[in-house]
Structures are given as C-alpha cells and as structure tokens.
Design a protein around this ligand. Structure first.
Ligand SMILES: *Cc1c(COP(=O)(O)O)cnc(C)c1O
Length: 354
C-alpha cells in the first residue's frame, strides 16, 4: 500500500440504473418520463444563442428561481435550485446534517442517502419499513441528527399522508426534516403548504420525472428563507456556477407550461393504473404505488430470473439484489401505453408455463 492511500477519501459509489447504448429498447428502469419535455422547451432550445455561452451563467439562477416560486406560490427567497435533486440533496446533507447523533432514514429507500452519509462522515440509522413496506412514523421519534425520506418512498411507491408527515415534523423540532418529493406529482399531496408553518422542513423536488427533463439536471428545494440562505452559502463556497445557461432557459420554459405538465402526468397515472390491473391478472403482488413506477414480485418466478428474461427481450426494468427483503421485486417504471402493452404481452407469454 502506498503511504498516500490512508489519506484517500474512499467511497462506495451509488450505482445508477443502466443507460443502454442501443436504441429501440423499452426502458423502464430509471423512472424517466416516456414523454418529451414541454413544447416550450424545444422552442427555447431553438432560440438559444451560442454567443450567450461566453459569459458565466447567473449564479443565483434568478429566472428559474422566480418561475419556480411563481408556480408554487412561494417567495423567491424560499427556493434553492441545484443540478438535479441529487445535487440539492447532497448540499442539504453537507449543510444541515452535522450532528454527532445519527440521521434517520428508511432501510429500504433511495440508495443515495447512505452514500452521501458515508462520504460526508455523517452517522446514520436505517429504520426498517414495516411488513407492508410502509414507513412507521413513530419510529422517527427517537433522538437524531436529522430525518430524510422520500414521499412517495422509492423504490416501494408507498405514499404517506400529510397528517403523518406533519406528525413527523412536529416530533422532530430540533433537527431538519427533509421530504424528498421526486414522485409527488403522480398522485400524492405535497408537504409544501407546511413550509410556512415549520421552520425545520425542507421539501425537495425534481424536473427529472414529472417534467421530462432528466437529461437537463434540475432539482430544487423549498423551505423558509433562513434555511435557503444557509444552503446558498454552502453552494457558493463549493461552486458558484453549477447550473449552466442553457439549462436555466430550458427549466424556465418548462415550468411555465402548466397545461402540458398536467396532461402528461395524468397520462402516466392512467397508464400506471392500467398496468396494475394487468399485473394483478398475471398474479403479481405489489402495493398501491402513487409514483411513476410499480414495485412488484411474482410468487412463482424470482426477481433475478424475470429481470434477465426481460432484458434479453430489450425490456429494461430495475432489480435490486440488496437488501434481501427486496430481492424478489422488480421496479417497473411507467412508460407509454404501447411500451406497457409490449411489457405485459411478454410477461403473458413468459408466465404461461410457470
Ligand atoms: C430520481 C430521484 C432523485 C434524483 O433526481 P434528480 O434526477 O437528481 O433530480 C432524488 N430522490 C429520489 C427518491 C429519486 O427517485
């Protein structure tokens, strides 16, 4: 071992879902939106003048911050934007989780949380979900250094009611509580109305799923101005210009088109409910997902086998081999009606002789 080795910050990185290089696959493995971004986004891209790129972007991302503030009816000083909500969440971990006490999050959840905690040397405790894969709010009342969970949770799709979330915030007045709402637009009630009532709440959302902009990397947090100020102080100390000029323009165009957003998210909800019906007929077991994916297992075929069989037909879904409790499950993102029909057709054939 080299002497410098002991001073390396060693991390076990987050492993994102596969992005296959070939085209014409049915890609249901990373919860992307199957529909294109709002027409205003293509228009903004066409109008983009390369000359603008010689200047640094606006470090405060003013246009996008104002557009988000207007959409959600909050003040601009309550909005923080980042390069995807992954960036926003990483900044939140760095800024607010500095206690000696462990932060709390579910044992089955977004698998980036433990990676950031390890990287930033934050102690953490993973709280087991109940036997139905649900968060038990009462388990989050112990002493801790912060609380974070997605709502709906990933990869289970299980939604907590706003009452339960309010209880969790109320019972943790001395720490920051983060609700990661990456999938809230697909049928849940956002905790945003609670932001004015609780100064320890941060709500995080993303343009990657419900706004079809995973490739642009836009995420944001809404909280009271004091928390947003702390976040910006850390961000500016790290890199002032994280979001580029093109992305700022595209994100701003995207959020202004409310009608398109409503239409595509409603289409996905309808397709999700159709897919649930078909999966039920095929014997799959799953909860009542309120996200743009379904977390399902088949009693007769292992998760690994189904994952591989689908993959051979160029249908990509997500399979997690850890923890053991989720090994039998597949996480199936909701695509277009045609994609889901092809997915169901394949399963019908495959499961016939099982
Ligand atoms: C997809 C996802 C994110 C990250 O999304 P970005 O593309 O970085 O905005 C954050 N949290 C959860 C739970 C997610 O599923």
């Amino acid at each position: 071992m080299k002497n410098w080795e002991k001073n390396v910050r060693k991390v076990i990185p987050y492993v994102p879902g596969e992005q296959p290089r070939k085209e014409r696959v049915i890609k249901l493995n990373t919860n992307e939106n199957p529909y294109p971004p709002a027409p205003a986004v293509s228009e903004a891209l066409r109008q983009m003048d390369a000359d603008k790129l010689k200047l640094y972007p606006d470090p405060a991302v003013g246009d996008l911050v104002s557009a988000i503030a207007e959409f959600y009816q909050v003040n601009s000083d309550q909005v923080f934007v980042g390069v995807g909500s992954d960036d926003v969440l990483a900044m939140i971990f760095l800024t607010f989780f500095n206690s000696d006490k462990p932060i709390l999050f579910p044992d089955i959840t977004y698998s980036f949380y433990d990676v950031w905690a390890d990287m930033f040397r934050i102690p953490y405790r993973q709280i087991p979900l109940d036997e139905n894969f649900c968060i038990r709010a009462g388990d989050y009342q112990c002493e801790n250094g912060g609380v974070i969970f997605p709502n709906p949770n990933a990869p289970t799709g299980e939604l907590l009611s706003l009452d339960v979330i309010e209880e969790m915030i109320k019972s943790n007045p001395d720490v920051i509580v983060v609700v990661d709402e990456a999938y809230i637009d697909f049928g849940g009630k956002s905790a945003l109305p609670l932001v004015d009532k609780y100064d320890n709440l941060i709500v995080v959302q993303t343009f990657s799923k419900s706004r079809s902009l995973a490739g642009s990397r836009i995420g944001f947090a809404i909280a009271n101005p004091a928390l947003i100020k702390y976040l910006n102080d850390v961000k500016y100390s790290f890199n002032s210009y994280t979001m580029d000029t093109v992305t700022i323009a595209l994100g701003t165009a995207s959020i202004k088109d409310r009608a398109y957003f409503e239409t595509t998210k409603d289409k996905i909800i309808t397709t999700r409910e159709w897919t649930k019906e078909k999966l039920r007929e095929l014997g799959f077991v799953f909860g009542d997902s309120k996200s743009n994916f379904i977390f399902a297992r088949h009693p007769k075929v292992s998760g690994e086998e189904l994952f591989q069989a689908l993959r051979e037909k160029d249908i990509y879904v997500r399979h997690f081999s850890k923890p053991q409790r989720v090994q039998e499950y597949l996480r199936i993102s909701i695509g277009t009606d045609e994609q889901m029909q092809a997915f169901v057709d394949f399963l019908q054939e495959y499961l016939k002789n099982k």
